[in-house]
Design a protein around this ligand. Structure first.
Ligand SMILES: Nc1nc2c(ncn2[C@@H]2O[C@H](COP(=O)(O)OP(=O)(O)OP(=O)(O)O)[C@@H](O)[C@H]2O)c(=O)[nH]1
Length: 473
C-alpha cells in the first residue's frame, strides 16, 4: 500500500491511484487530502504527491469521483445477540422423591419445587442482549468500518448431563453486550426504520434480544413418564411440539448507524476558507489544518468557553462548535463531501459562514455556499447566521473589506421570517434573511478575534431558544 504520511523528499513523485483504499469501507483520512477541487469548476483534479513507491500516473477511479467520503459518518453493522444456553436431560436418583414433593419439607438438600409441588428443573442461561448507547467519549463511527460484526455471548448450559440434584443451577445468564457510539448517532433498521436517535449521553436502545435458555427434562422409565409430566410445569414446546432442551438462537439484525453532530454552532464555508483554523483559534480543539481542500473529513468539535462579561452566569453561554467540511458546488447532490456532511447542520442553532476574503470573488464564494444550502434544504437559509470574512491579514482581503461587508449585507431580506405562502422554489437568496452581522478577521494572525467572538456570542444569545432539530434531511 502506498505510504501517504511523511513521504521522503527524495522519492519520485507519483499520482495517487491506489484503488484499494477506496474499494474497502474504510478510507484513510489522509488519502482524501489529495483530492483537489477547483472552486468554480466542478471537476476535481489530482494533486501530485511524493511518496515512497514508484508508480505510473493515472486518473483516480471513477467510483471515487462520485462520492468518495460516503462512509465516514454512515456505516452498516450486523449484531447478533447470544444464543440461549442448553437445558439438560437428567436422571432422577430416588424415584419416590418425585412423588414426595408435596409432603417433603423444604430444606437445604431438597429439589426446587413450584407452589403446587411440581419440580422446577434448571434452565439454560439467557443469551446476551445487544444494546447500543450514546457515549460522550466517542466522536466518530470510524471503528465500525474496521469491525462491522458484533456477537454477544451465549447463555451458559445447565451443568453436565446426569443426575438431578438440588445442587444443579440454571445456566449462567450472558452479559448484555453494550456497544458505545458517539452522541448524535441515529440507529436505523435495515429497512430504514428509525429505531433510536441517541441524542443525549447515556441514551440507549436494545437492538437484539438474546435467545431464551433451553429447559431440562427428566429421564425416567416409560411407566413413570406420565406421572412426571403431571408433576413438572416448566416443559416448553416449540411449534412442532418438540420439547425445548436446546437454547433458542439470539436475534441477528443489520443496522445502519448515522452520525449527526450535536452542536450549537455549525461552521460552514468553501474548502480552505479557514474553518478549522477558526475552530482552533477560539476553542481547545485541534483540527487538521492544511493548505488544501477537504482537510476536514469528520466534523471537528470544539467547546467555546462562556462569555466572561456575564460573570457568574458565564457557563450558561458555553457552546459547542462543529467545523463542517468544506462545501462545494453540487454538494447537495453528493459532490465533494456531499450530503452526508450537510446533514450535520441539522441540530445547530446558529451558522457561522466563513468566507476567504482573499479569493478572486469572495461574494461569489459566499453565494455558492448559500445556494448549496438552499438546494439541500431551504430551511437552513432561515437559520440565524453570522458571516466571518477571513484572512484580512492579506492585503487583497484587507483593502476591499468595507465593500465586501456592504455587498454581503445587501444579499438578503431584512425580515427574519418569510411567509409560508411563498413557494420555496421561487425564492432567491435575496428573499432569505440577511446575516445577523458580518465581521472581518484573520483567525490565523489573531486579528479582530474578540470582535468576532462578541458577534458569535450575541447571535447565540438571540437564538438561544430556537433549537431547530425538526428539519428533516
Ligand atoms: N493568511 C491567512 N491564512 C489563513 C487564515 N486562516 C486560515 N488560513 C490558512 O488557510 C488554509 C486552510 O485553512 P483551514 O482552516 O484548513 O481551512 P478549512 O476551511 O477548514 O478547510 P477544509 O477542511 O478543506 O474545509 C491553511 O493553510 C490556513 O493556514 C488567515 O486568517 N490568514
Amino acid at each position: 500500500m502506498v505510504s501517504l504520511i511523511s513521504p521522503p523528499s527524495s522519492s519520485p513523485s507519483i499520482q495517487l491511484r491506489e484503488t484499494r483504499f477506496f474499494s474497502t469501507l474504510f478510507i484513510p483520512p489522509r488519502s482524501v487530502r489529495f483530492l483537489q477541487n477547483t472552486r468554480n469548476n466542478e471537476n476535481h483534479k489530482w494533486k501530485t504527491v511524493r511518496c515512497g513507491v514508484t508508480s505510473a500516473g493515472a486518473s483516480p477511479p471513477p467510483s471515487l469521483m462520485k462520492e468518495p467520503h460516503k462512509f465516514f459518518d454512515h456505516v452498516i453493522i450486523t449484531v447478533r445477540a447470544g444464543d440461549g444456553g442448553h437445558g439438560a436431560v437428567l436422571n432422577h436418583r430416588e424415584k419416590n422423591e418425585l412423588e414426595q414433593g408435596k409432603t417433603k419439607k423444604k430444606g437445604k438438600g431438597s429439589l426446587k419445587r413450584d407452589f403446587d409441588g411440581s419440580l422446577i428443573l434448571p434452565t439454560g442461561g439467557h443469551g446476551g442482549d445487544v444494546v447500543i448507547y450514546a457515549d460522550e467519549a466517542k466522536d466518530t463511527l470510524l471503528e465500525f468500518h474496521n469491525k462491522s460484526r458484533y456477537h454477544a455471548k451465549r447463555g451458559g448450559n445447565v451443568g453436565a448431563m446426569g443426575v438431578l440434584t438440588s445442587m444443579l443451577r440454571d445456566g449462567l445468564v450472558a452479559p448484555t453486550m453494550r456497544i458505545p457510539v458517539p452522541v448524535g448517532t441515529v440507529v436505523k433498521s435495515k429497512r430504514g426504520k428509525v429505531l433510536a436517535d441517541l441524542a443525549q449521553p447515556g441514551d440507549e436502545v436494545l437492538v437484539a434480544r438474546g435467545g431464551q435458555g433451553g429447559i431440562s427434562l427428566l429421564e425416567m422409565p416409560q411407566r413413570q413418564r406420565k406421572k412426571m409430566m403431571a408433576l413438572t410445569t416448566n416443559v416448553m414446546r416449540d411449534d412442532s411440539d418438540k420439547i425445548l432442551v436446546h437454547g433458542q438462537p439470539g436475534e441477528e439484525v443489520k443496522l445502519e448507524l448515522i452520525l449527526r453532530v450535536v452542536a450549537d454552532v455549525g461552521l460552514i464555508g468553501l474548502p480552505n476558507a479557514g474553518k478549522s483554523t477558526l475552530l482552533a483559534a477560539i476553542t481547545l480543539a485541534k483540527p487538521d489544518i492544511a493548505d488544501y481542500p477537504f482537510t476536514t473529513l469528520m466534523p471537528n468539535l470544539g467547546r467555546l468557553g462562556g462569555d466572561p462579561s456575564l460573570g457568574a452566569g458565564m457557563y450558561s453561554s458555553e457552546a459547542t462548535l462543529a467545523d463542517l467540511p468544506g462545501l462545494i458546488e453540487g454538494a447537495h447532490l453528493g459532490k465533494g463531501l456531499g450530503r452526508n456532511f450537510l446533514r450535520h447542520l441539522r441540530r445547530t442553532r446558529l451558522l457561522v459562514h466563513v468566507v476567504d476574503a482573499a479569493t478572486e470573488s469572495p461574494v461569489n464564494d459566499y453565494r455558492t455556499v448559500r445556494e448549496e444550502l438552499r438546494m439541500y434544504n431551504p430551511a437552513y437559509l432561515e437559520r440565524p447566521y453570522v458571516v466571518v470574512l477571513n484572512k484580512i491579514d492579506l492585503p487583497e482581503a484587507k483593502d476591499r473589506l468595507p465593500s465586501l461587508i456592504q455587498e454581503i449585507m445587501r444579499i438578503g431580506n431584512r425580515d427574519a421570517q418569510l411567509s409560508d405562502e411563498t413557494d420555496t422554489k421561487e425564492r432567491k437568496l435575496e428573499d432569505y434573511p440577511r446575516p445577523l452581522s458580518v465581521v472581518g478577521v484573520s483567525v490565523l494572525k489573531g486579528i479582530q478575534i474578540n470582535e468576532m467572538l462578541k458577534e458569535i456570542r450575541s447571535a447565540l444569545k438571540k437564538c438561544s431558544g430556537s433549537s431547530e432539530t425538526l428539519i428533516s434531511t
